[in-house]
Write a new protein. Structure first.
Length: 279
């Protein structure tokens, strides 16, 4: 694997055209997470370089993670960054050469000690893997939350009229109001066919007229409730054998009501002028 120094970070970003970067240690533990859409990549690169140059990051190998999309499924390119013990050595590091630190042990362990250390090392590896898994899950959750916040911010920027809740209420309240008005109208229509209901007007049976526009006729009759014409209309409705029979009864007895009925059923109809007659 090619090894880069800290000064190569800007070159990597420029050549790759990356939009999101993060920094991890050699065990893939995140030190600085990926920048969100709201944080420019140049700002995150400067943060990573300062962290690598500080005492917080000791000498050793680090991994620069780069991708062009903030989504979890986006492809990630990794670049190995070496921070040497001697700062002057950083100028001499050429990309492509891996410098290994020599570890010299002054003491030689016995077989039992070596076996015990190996068991302890495997135990630590398992614990470390669990920690890495937990950290990865937390990173994914944080990344998802940042994406959701970005989407919410985008929606708010597109519509300056109000929040998402205000938009829902603006659309939903008129629909609910219309629904309740229709429900109230339906209950009023049903009330005229309920035996024993506290009404002072004749009953209009549910099964008297089978025409699909029966509800429109019932609604029109109910518009005269409390008026002198109501008893006459309810009586005609109850005794009609069909829609045509009902219309003919009204037409022959009261042309004014007949014109009103046609105008109610067809808003574009222009009724003739008559004086309603009480029958």
């Amino acid at each position: 694997m090619i090894v880069y120094n800290i000064k190569d970070v800007d070159k990597i970003l420029n050549e790759g055209g990356y939009k999101h970067i993060s920094l991890t240690d050699k065990d893939n533990v995140t030190i600085i997470p990926f920048n969100s859409n709201k944080i420019p990549v140049d700002k995150r690169a400067l943060e990573i370089k300062k962290r690598l140059e500080s005492f917080a990051c000791g000498p050793g190998y680090y991994s620069l993670k780069c991708k062009n999309n903030i989504t979890k499924s986006a492809h990630v390119d990794s670049y190995m960054i070496l921070k040497p013990k001697d700062e002057n050595l950083a100028e001499e590091i050429a990309p492509g050469i891996i410098y290994e630190e020599k570890i010299v042990s002054p003491n030689v362990c016995s077989y039992d000690e070596a076996l015990k250390m190996q068991v302890e090392n495997e135990k630590l590896k398992i614990e470390n893997a669990n920690y890495i898994m937990q950290i990865t899950d937390l990173k994914d959750a944080l990344e998802q939350l940042e994406n959701e916040l970005d989407e919410v911010q985008t929606l708010e920027d597109k519509d300056n009229k109000g929040s998402w809740l205000e938009q829902v209420l603006e659309v939903g309240l008129p629909m609910l109001d219309k629904h309740f008005k229709l429900k109230q109208q339906e209950l009023e229509l049903k009330a005229i066919s309920i035996p024993g209901a506290p009404n002072n007007y004749p009953e209009i049976p549910e099964n008297k007229v089978t025409n699909p526009e029966r509800t429109d006729f019932e609604t029109w009759v109910m518009t005269y409730q409390g008026k002198p014409e109501f008893d006459f209309l309810a009586d005609c409705y109850n005794n009609a054998n069909s829609q045509e029979d009902f219309i003919n009864k009204i037409k022959s007895s009261n042309p004014g009501l007949y014109e009103d009925c046609l105008a109610y059923l067809n808003p574009n109809y222009k009724p003739a002028t008559f004086e309603n007659e009480n029958n």
